[in-house]
Design a protein around this ligand. Structure first.
Ligand SMILES: Cc1ncc(COP(=O)(O)O)c(C=O)c1O
Length: 480
């Protein structure tokens, strides 16, 4: 019998080694900011394999469920989640061979949904605009699915004791060692309350007498800041920072552990996170900005030197199309351009600043189509070599040319574009824009011969939304 030269296949019964890289994250000192008399340190939770602090609780909650017999081999892990917890669970439970079913509110970004799906999780989308008690509220949907699916385990991070336990057993001791047993304050945000409760319990145990201050940094609009300051539960508002802030007090959040609280608005949070990347090269998410801004306020208020720790709870990768995108920031009113009081205030992408995606008259229709797809627009201004806007081409123009004969994709743009332009000078009234839109066109703003940019229906809607009185805007829910 001849011997096979192939080496025997290696099969493992143990989960992938990446799970052993959860936790033990680095801690670095902030050196490029004014920290008053204090030293400020950041625990880089963005360096967990799933990109956030939630990897820790995913591992802890899954292992606890296995140990308690609540999760059997081939079981289904169910959670209501909008973000990082879903990613952590998809990573951990997926790696361990469980089916993962996530109930996600419909306002969550396509990137997050694609990410959990790519990790192998199944996704059920539900409504974002309903609250606790409504049958389509994400947590109620998840609880119901768990009742219906045999062998399933509803994780419920808001009420699961293995969530704070992860921080009591891992995050707290790591900080204590990394700070060489010399810590005065820890600044945290609260989503489920797991971080606050776990760290608070740990630090009260290791430093019971002089204590370690637990400082809350809460987004403006969340109810937690007011609750800490006054004991009152106020009506919640809206905030854009993700992962922290609540409109209720989660079961596992021991708010009595908080010794001091700061309220930070979205604009300050975003600007702090962007500054952190520019100055220290640390790429955090939006809540990193809230925590950093809160920690800096705390540090600058001190009269004695203190050693303060806060977190980079997740990676900035998830915020590239939001907080790290200048157009999004301007559209949301977080970056302020000097107003001109005319139509040029509605131009989101300015030609002069190189922000407008254009096409040349000699480019092919295929190039035009690809450019529209890549930049997610439905029309392109046609600009000649001298920089003059000479036409506009939209999806209908393309369709008219190619629907009978797709080889016309090779035709030049000049053959399909509209050259009857709806040009408006910048001092035009907003009401006159409506006529342009009614005729199915976009407005091209020209200052004499100078092309300034386009205004679409979406630009006008975003402008009007930004100018809507705050009091008449309904609060938007944040999901964890
Ligand atoms: C993005 C993000 N997720 C989660 C948390 C922690 O939230 P919790 O442990 O309260 O769920 C934080 C805390 O700062 C956070 O910034």
């Amino acid at each position: 019998m001849s011997q096979s030269s192939a080496a025997p296949a290696i099969t493992h019964n143990k989960p992938p080694e990446i799970l052993s890289l959860i936790g033990d994250t680095p801690l670095v000192e902030v050196t490029q900011f004014d920290t008053g008399p204090c030293q400020l340190f950041l625990k880089l939770e963005n360096q967990n394999p799933g990109g956030s602090i939630k990897d820790r609780i995913a591992l802890s909650m899954i292992e606890a469920a296995e140990a308690d017999g609540k999760l059997e081999p081939a079981g289904t892990v169910i959670e209501a989640t909008a973000g990082n917890t879903g990613l952590g669970l998809a990573l951990v439970a997926g790696a361990k061979g469980y089916r993962v079913l996530l109930v996600i509110p419909d306002k969550m970004s396509q990137e997050k949904i694609s990410h959990v799906r790519a990790l192998g999780a199944e996704v059920r989308i539900t409504r974002s605009d309903v609250t606790r008690g409504h049958p389509e509220y994400y947590q109620d949907v998840a609880a119901r699915l768990a009742e219906q699916i045999p062998g399933s385990f509803y994780v419920n991070q808001f009420g699961n004791p293995a969530n704070p336990l992860a921080h009591e057993r891992t995050t707290g001791p790591e900080i204590w060692e990394q700070m060489r047993h010399d810590v005065d304050a820890v600044v945290v945000g609260v989503g489920s309350g797991g971080t606050l409760t776990g760290l608070g319990r740990f630090f009260n145990r290791v430093k019971p007498r002089r204590g370690i201050e637990m400082v809350l940094a809460d987004p403006t609009g969340s109810v937690l800041y007011e609750y800490v300051k006054t004991g009152q539960l106020v009506e919640s508002g809206s905030w854009a920072v993700e992962g922290i802030g609540e409109d209720f007090i989660p079961d596992i959040a021991e708010m009595s552990l908080v010794t001091e609280a700061f309220e930070i608005d979205d604009e300050e949070s975003f600007s702090a996170a962007r500054e952190l990347l520019r100055k220290e090269g640390i790429f955090g998410g939006s809540s990193t900005g809230t925590l950093l801004a809160g920690a800096l306020r705390y540090c600058r208020e001190q009269t004695k030197p203190k050693r303060v720790v806060t977190f980079v709870p997740d990676t900035g990768n998830k915020y590239l199309s939001k907080m790290y995108n200048n157009f999004w920031m301007a559209e949301q009113g977080f970056i302020h351009r000097p107003p001109h009081g005319d139509l040029s205030d509605l131009i989101s992408h300015r030609y002069e600043a190189g922000e407008v995606i254009t096409i040349g008259p000699d480019d092919s229709l295929l190039t035009a189509f690809k450019r529209m797809r890549d930049s997610d627009v439905s029309q392109l201004p046609v600009v000649d070599k001298s920089g003059r806007a000479i036409g506009i081409i939209d999806e209908s123009d393309l369709l008219v040319k190619v629907h009978r004969e797709p080889s016309h994709f090779n035709d030049p743009v000049s053959k399909a574009m509209t050259d009857q332009l709806e040009t408006l000078p910048p001092d035009t009234k907003i009401a006159d824009l409506l006529g342009v839109f009614d005729r199915g066109r976009v407005a091209i703003v020209m200052d004499d011969n100078k092309f300034l940019g386009l205004i679409t229906r979406t630009d006008l809607l975003s402008y009007l939304r930004l100018h809507m009185p705050k009091s008449s805007a309904p609060p938007e829910r944040e999901f964890v």
